[in-house]
Design a protein around this ligand. Structure first.
Ligand code: PLP
Length: 437
């Protein structure tokens, strides 16, 4: 078998498999802010893996917690049975989530969390005598993972294209990206609160009493870091309240300190009814997701018969012991180092550094909030996405891992990043962007 064929056994998701297997990019180990390739090249991680390694790589407390747990309790059935760490973790988590979200359902990923949240919303209305509420509202350019519910409320055309059989009772809000009015905004863009009014129109179109929930990413990450305009999320919350529609925040990337507070809900001062998380929950070390719900929703599932099952839903690996141990180690690390608030200390430096790239060729926008950043490039004529992907390849050659989506370079470094490391990202970007064709 030649090298290409050996690599071919692994069908990689969201990857140009032919190109990758001809030019593999491998990461072999990691520590703190860095990865190392098998050849020993040191790569600065400007993306926290995939928006998940918020405390930096291979943190001792998390590694030890996983090792000890693996040697103590490898697995416990998730149905009609529990293990102590699951309850310990749940309690620790609801102590840091927004005040009204006091109950948590465990999953294994962001996608599973999204579909769990949508099912909870639909079931909630059935259980509270509003069974007509079966419609879900998502948003254009939203990413809510790859399962059928998440794809249906998601708004990315290429993800949906091959699947004509998505959920039927779904509508979408317009996205909020508005270069004409908000180009090179510092932090939250000024213009676009008006886009929230579309929710009112969509509700009226379908009859508000048929709508179960609106699901929104506070910041849309996967479609190029779209920061919500000032007042937009607040207005969405008001309209949902007015019509008895549940508001779901998908905080898979914004959760666990990315924006300078524990959750985006805290930053924008909004209480969603349901909050979806994953990624930073375990610092990426073991797959895990978590869906948080309000007392109101949790109590709707209470049964008169104490022997009755509350919700016919769950995963074999919900609250897996290794994931729980990793999450507890992660939360302790976040707390010891104040990482859930750390992004706010660096946000201004980060903003200034990013916007210093505005003079470079093809840069048509720069966006930032907390420790999130995006540089949008003018697409090559008839070759969308290729220019940014070239930046990705060149940056990796120069020792910095970034991420691209479309023609946007997305940055989300671990929250432990230092100012010299911010400078290294910016200096490398400047070198690479200067030579771009
Ligand atoms: N929701 C959002 C907002 C995400 O960004 C992602 C992944 O990037 C998901 C859901 C899906 O998470 P996962 O890949 O863990 O299934």
């Amino acid at each position: 078998m030649d090298n290409n064929n050996t690599l071919d056994a692994y069908w990689m998701g969201y990857t140009a498999n032919q190109h990758f297997k001809a030019h593999p990019r491998l990461l072999e180990k990691a520590k703190g802010m860095y990865y190392w390739t098998p050849e020993g090249r040191k790569i600065l991680d400007a993306t926290a893996g995939l928006w998940c390694v918020n405390a930096g790589h291979n943190r001792e407390k998390i590694v030890t917690a996983i090792q000890q747990q693996a040697a103590t309790l490898d697995f416990a059935p998730a149905f009609q049975m529990g293990h102590p760490k699951a309850f310990e973790l749940a309690k620790k988590l609801v102590a840091i989530t927004p005040e009204n979200l006091n109950h948590v359902f465990f999953t294994n990923s962001g996608s599973e969390s999204v579909d769990t949240a949508l099912k909870i919303a639909l079931a909630y209305h059935q259980l509270t005598g509003e069974g007509r509420r079966t419609r879900l509202i998502g948003r254009e350019r939203a990413y809510h993972g790859v399962n059928f519910g998440g794809m249906s409320v998601g708004g990315i055309a290429v993800n949906r294209k091959l699947f004509p059989n998505l959920l039927a009772q779904v509508d979408h809000l317009p996205h909020t990206h508005d270069l004409a009015r908000n180009q090179f905004s510092l932090g939250v863009p000024v213009y676009g609160v008006d886009k929230a009014e579309r929710l009112e129109q969509i509700l009226q179109l379908h009859d508000p009493s048929t709508v179960a929930a609106v699901i929104i990413e506070p910041i849309a990450g996967s479609t190029g870091v779209l920061i919500p305009p000032a007042g937009y999320l607040q207005r969405i919350r008001e309209i949902c309240d007015q019509y008895g529609v549940l508001l779901i925040f998908d905080e898979v990337i914004t959760g666990f300190g990315r924006l300078g507070k524990p959750f985006a809900a805290d930053c924008f001062n909004i209480s969603p009814d349901i909050m979806v998380t994953a990624k930073g929950l375990t610092n990426g070390a073991v797959p895990m997701g978590a869906v948080f719900v309000s007392d109101k929703i949790y109590s709707a599932f209470r049964q008169d018969d104490p022997m009755a099952i509350n919700f016919y839903h769950g995963y074999t690996y919900s609250a897996h012991p290794l994931a729980c141990a990793a999450a507890i180690g992660t939360l302790e690390t976040y707390q010891e180092e104040n990482l859930l608030y750390k992004a706010s200390e660096l946000a201004e430096y980060w903003q200034h550094a990013l916007h210093s790239l505005a003079d470079l060729p093809y840069v048509i926008d720069i966006r930032n909030l907390g420790l999130v950043g995006a540089i949008e490039l003018e697409p090559r004529k008839n070759e969308p996405n290729k220019r940014a992907f070239q930046v990705y390849l060149d940056m990796f050659e120069q020792g910095v891992l970034v991420r691209t989506t479309g023609d946007v370079i997305a940055l989300s470094p671990p929250l432990i990043i230092s100012k010299p490391e911010v400078d290294q990202i910016i200096i490398t970007l400047r070198q690479v962007l200067k030579q771009l064709s």
